[in-house]
Write a protein that binds this ligand. Structure first.
Ligand code: FES
Length: 171
C-alpha cells in the first residue's frame, strides 16, 4: 500500500514538473555564451570600479622624511624590507646597491602584487611569481608581465641614518 502511494505521488510529481533529466542538465551553447558574457561584464565593471576609485580617491602621499634604519644595517648588495603606514600599510624594500647607491621601491609587483626582492648577483629586482624583472636603479620593467615600473621613493642619507621621502622628480 505504501509503495503504491509512493508510486502515485511520484507520477503526480512528474506531471507537475514535466522536465526530462537530460533537459535539466543540458546547457545550450547560447546559455553558456550568455553566462560568459555576464561574467566578463561583471569583471569589466569591477575593473572600472577600481579605476574610478583610484581617480576619485588617490592613495595618500608620504609627507616628510621617514626613518628606515641605520646605514650600517644594510651592507652593499643588501636589501631591507620595511613598511609605511599611509591610508593602508605599504611594504617597501630598501636596496643598498653594490656601487654604494641606495634605492627604495614598493615591494608589491605591479603585475599581481607578489613580493619582489633584490637579487645582488644579477643587480636586478625579481618577482618570483611570473619571472618579472625590474631595474634596480629606476624600477622600470626589464622582463615579464608587470605592466608598470615599481613605485619609487627618494632615499636620503643623514648622519649614518637612512630616510625615505616621496619622490621629488618622478622621471
Ligand atoms: S606578480 Fe610579479 S610578475 Fe606576476
Amino acid at each position: 500500500m505504501k509503495e503504491k502511494n509512493q508510486e502515485i505521488f511520484s507520477e503526480t510529481w512528474k506531471d507537475d514538473f514535466p522536465i526530462q533529466q537530460q533537459e535539466a542538465v543540458h546547457v545550450s551553447r547560447r546559455e553558456f555564451a550568455k553566462f560568459l558574457g555576464l561574467l566578463s561584464g561583471t569583471l569589466a565593471l569591477g575593473n572600472a570600479g577600481i579605476i574610478i576609485k583610484s581617480i576619485l580617491f588617490p592613495s595618500q602621499k608620504l609627507k616628510g622624511e621617514h626613518f628606515v634604519c641605520n646605514q650600517n644595517e644594510v651592507p652593499a648588495g643588501g636589501m631591507k624590507q620595511f613598511e609605511l603606514q599611509l591610508d593602508k600599510t605599504i611594504p617597501y624594500i630598501l636596496i643598498h646597491l653594490k656601487d654604494g647607491q641606495w634605492r627604495a621601491f614598493e615591494q608589491k609587483c605591479t603585475h599581481l602584487s607578489c613580493a619582489v626582492r633584490y637579487v645582488p648577483e644579477m643587480d636586478k629586482i625579481q618577482c618570483p611569481c611570473h619571472n618579472g624583472y625590474f631595474d634596480a636603479r629606476s624600477g622600470v620593467v626589464l622582463q615579464g608581465p608587470p605592466p608598470r615600473p615599481l613605485p619609487r621613493l627618494d632615499v636620503i642619507l643623514k648622519d649614518g641614518k637612512v630616510f625615505v621621502a616621496e619622490m621629488k622628480n618622478k622621471t
